[in-house]
Design a protein around this ligand. Structure first.
Ligand code: FE2
Length: 354
């Protein structure tokens, strides 16, 4: 395994990952995902199409976000607009109860934190989603997890789970060789998994026109820590690239909303995979839920059973430590972004532009 720190994190503040293995392990095991509430972040609260003149309600850590449009412009408020502007209840909105809002990549993003710190450069880079949005509805969907958002993301970034839990969709664990690389900075963690001669994903065999029994696979998970949002990018040869945006908005501390977007415009229009792959998220997310939903409440009650790990799950462990480091910094009043999440990450994820 190889760990390469992204150059942008080489600042004066040092790395959040301890070099001492015992210190590292102590942090990994101190993890209580429900206790981590990170502020000053954009959350993709709704697909753009879902926000109209009629207000919809969303939530971040139980704080209400009403979303609607006036003259086509997306707005967000603590209150239903029909209730009138009755003044801000929280420090997260302005005097009129309004939250900072931005519309990008086909999502309405709401700012969770100090409104004075909201800035467009804190919206994560999502290279394969059109900035102006407009993907067809069959590439968008919504699922929910009865699970705390960080656990859903920790599950995602250990992609080896897919071979077992989602084998009927994306293929089993049989292959000649596998390597995992992990990159991080203070705001992101990226895992790159390369598989040589891996069993073909059944969904690609049935609907993707892939004839061979094995394929070369390169899968990337990149998590934007504060926004609780992940890029899941897969390159399959033979086969089509999978371009999924997988946000995990913490509606409450133990409930997650996933308004996903899977851009399959790269797939030929005659290929059923273009239409069916985005819908596979419903099946895959139910499989994930069987694992994470029972796991989530266990962190909320002290118990003697140990929280064990494999050193092979380097990415999941570093995800925990990086989240804890952000939480510790915020507890000290430091909400600054040390790394630029909106810088184009095409090179980091190995995205091949069409
Ligand atoms: Fe999964």
């Amino acid at each position: 395994m190889l760990d390469v720190t992204h150059p942008s994190s080489s600042d004066d503040h040092g790395d959040a990952i301890p070099s001492d293995p015992r210190e590292f392990a102590a942090k990994v095991n101190a993890w209580v995902p429900h206790d981590i509430v990170l502020k000053d972040a954009w959350f993709p609260l709704a697909h753009s199409f879902a926000v109209t003149a009629k207000p919809v309600r969303r939530a971040v850590y139980s704080q209400p976000y009403f979303l609607w449009r006036e003259h086509g412009v997306a707005l967000a408020s603590e209150f239903h607009p029909a209730a009138g502007l009755i003044g801000a209840k929280s420090t997260f909105s302005d005097a009129a109860g309004r939250y900072p809002v931005i519309e990008k990549y086909g999502y309405v993003w709401g700012w969770f934190g100090n409104p004075a710190n909201a800035a467009p450069e804190h919206v994560p880079s999502l290279p394969y989603l059109p900035e102006e949005g407009g993907l067809p509805l069959h590439m968008l969907g919504t699922v929910r997890f009865d699970c705390t958002a960080p656990l859903s993301l920790e599950n995602l970034i250990d992609l080896t789970h897919a071979d077992f839990l989602h084998a009927d969709v994306v293929g089993d664990e049989i292959m000649d060789k596998e390597t995992v690389e992990v990159f991080h900075d203070s705001e992101t963690i990226t895992m790159v998994r390369t598989c040589v001669n891996k069993s073909v994903a059944p969904i690609m065999k049935w609907f993707g026109g892939v004839k061979s029994d094995v394929q070369q696979v390169r899968q990337v998970i990149r998590i934007y820590l504060r926004s609780h949002a992940a890029i899941a990018y897969g390159r399959f040869s033979p086969g089509d690239n999978v371009q999924l945006f997988h946000p995990c908005v913490p509606e409450t501390r133990d409930r997650t909303r996933l308004d996903y977007a899977m851009n399959t415009t790269n797939v030929k229009k005659t290929n059923l995979f273009r239409y069916l792959m985005p819908k596979a998220s419903y099946k895959v997310s139910r499989q994930d839920s069987t694992m994470t939903s029972p796991q989530s409440p266990r962190y909320m009650h002290p118990e003697k059973r140990k929280d064990l790990h494999s050193p092979l799950d380097e990415a999941g462990q570093k995800y925990r430590v990086l989240m804890l480091a952000l939480a510790e910094r915020q507890a000290r009043g430091d909400y600054a972004y040390r790394d630029n999440v909106s810088a184009d990450c095409s090179d980091i994820i190995g995205y091949q532009k069409p």
